[in-house]
Write a protein that binds this ligand. Sequence first.
Ligand code: ZN
Length: 305
Amino acid sequence: MRKLKLLLARAITRLAWQLGYRRRPSAGYVPVLCYHRVLPELLEDENNPVYTLLPEQFEAQLAFLVQEGFVSLSLDEFGEMARGLKPAPSRVVLLTFDDGYADFHAVAWPLAQKYNVKLNLFISTGLIGQSGPVIMTQNGYRFHSGEGPSLYYQGHLEKFPHLWRPLTWEEVREMGRTGVGFGLHGHTHRNLVDLDKTELVEELFAGVRAFRHHLGYSPRFFALPYGDYGNNLPEIMAVLKEWGCDFIFTVMWGRARLSSSKRVFPRICIHQQDSLETLRMKLLGAYDWLETVGHFLRKTKGLGT
Ligand SMILES: [Zn+2]
């Protein structure tokens, strides 16, 4: 079903693009790209192939961004531009990864350094420093035991266990010294949509505390695990704001409008099926209409904005 929706969105977008659809100018908008994993072999599952790129795909995208003149931002630079403290160049891009798996350090980061492209990582703090391969579920991360039904990534995980372990805090700090930007992505990676108020506060405070303890500063940027906030947005914003964190990223697609007063920004997921032409369309706003549709659907479902 999800795959069908993606295919449909892609087909509509391509058609509209060919017909000359350009809803918004580039000035004042930043495509915030959302990546997850860069792994040496693709995961074999029909429903879950989308978030993993091969190293050569990621490298081709980095080269493309440089060649097309896109200036990559750190989260701090994005924050300054959103606050109006720094002018935004006409072609900017913010590259973000989620979760905190070791392949970010082993594969994605060295490639980005080669092309001098800035990367940013939203980390699930409870994950960092844990030993052994972990997997994500709606109830948070858990260790891979090898028991239970065979899962689509099992073969991959057993072949590359060193890429399925979380990062260590030392690796995070090492990358920070080279300019990688960090934000928070929850503590246990539970879906915030499902949490009651007490659980929500515990989850976010645990993340902020760990961030401060291991990195020495409070997170100012937050990416929602699973990309959505259900009815919990006001509470999420209130808790995070207490710690000075007032930039929230979803996965609602569309480019981020720097002047957004709410500071809840969409991100554009990058999929392994994306050609460089699709990447260009994503960067230039071809998928912005999906954010409008997303807002409309939330309102009709009674989920607020
Ligand atoms: Zn995540």
